[in-house]
Design a protein around this ligand. Structure first.
Ligand code: DGL
Length: 257
């Protein structure tokens, strides 16, 4: 049985599950929201590595053959340590700087991510590969994770929070904005609304989740992880804190998947 583990600091990784399950609808998923320790964005790498190891141990104990680290911050902090320690494959997140650089017409791309992701060497290397070709401006999505965890995905307060972090990117001329945290795609409607209010209705937001889903399919093929027969898909959700946020987001996903 192919069990796929998906982990995040909270419900953000469900934006990745949403894309993965479109390509692999028949697999068995364990989703782990580490919401008792959320947000990861300002935590040390050592803390996140420790959390990631506990979660992966639990997932392997439940039969996981592959784990998607559906969190940019945890990928930046922990994926190298996870790959060195365990003998299952890990799929990580990376801000979609490359597709943004290929798509921009203004020559300026914005990256919205957590402080942890933006200062990690993994991101700085990616940035270094493209900064000769395009101008890259960054902004921490301050308060975005909290909005998503509390289910506040619209309304004047959500718009005000989003505006504070989005405006500097648009003021710098970004026409393409990378969503570099898996929580942020759930704020896409409010991001689009605020972009329109700020006079940039055509700004494009890039969610890397579809590319991550394609990568998972590829890795499962390479590793010989057999797919399940049609009709056998399942999802088990686990969390280190209350599960209200997961239930709220699952209601939204049910309309989308
Ligand atoms: N969803 C996460 C990410 O992709 C983590 C956000 C957080 O816990 O700060 O970075």
């Amino acid at each position: 049985m192919a069990v796929i583990g998906i982990m995040d600091s909270g419900v953000g990784g469900l934006s990745v599950y949403r894309e993965v399950v479109k390509l692999l609808p028949d697999e068995h998923y364990i989703y782990y929201a580490d919401n008792a320790h959320c947000p990861y964005g300002e935590k040390t790498a050592a803390y996140i590595i420790d959390r990631a190891f506990s979660i992966v141990d639990l997932m392997i104990g439940r039969g996981a053959r592959v784990v998607v680290v559906a969190c940019n911050t945890a990928t930046a902090a922990a994926i190298a340590a996870l790959r060195a320690h365990y003998d299952i494959p890990f799929i990580g997140m990376e801000p979609a700087v490359k597709p943004a650089a290929m798509n921009t017409r203004s020559g300026v791309i914005g990256v919205l991510a957590t402080a942890g992701t933006l200062k990690a060497s993994k991101y700085l290397m990616t940035r270094g590969r493209f900064e000769d070709d395009v101008r890259i401006v960054e902004s921490v999505g301050q308060g975005f994770v909290e909005l998503v965890e509390s289910g506040e995905l619209a309304g004047p307060h959500a718009e005000a929070v989003v505006r504070t972090s989005l405006q500097p990117l648009l003021d710098a001329g970004a026409d393409t904005v990378v969503l570099g945290c898996t929580h942020y795609p759930f704020l896409l409607p409010v991001l689009q609304r605020v972009a329109a209010q700020l006079g940039a209705p055509g700004v494009r937001f890039i969610d890397p989740a579809p590319a991550v889903a394609r990568r998972l399919v590829q890795v499962m093929q390479q590793e010989g992880i057999a797919r399940e027969p049609a009709g056998s898909g399942s999802l088990e959700t686990l969390s280190s804190g209350p599960d209200a946020a997961i239930r709220r987001i699952m209601l939204i996903l049910q309309e989308q998947i």
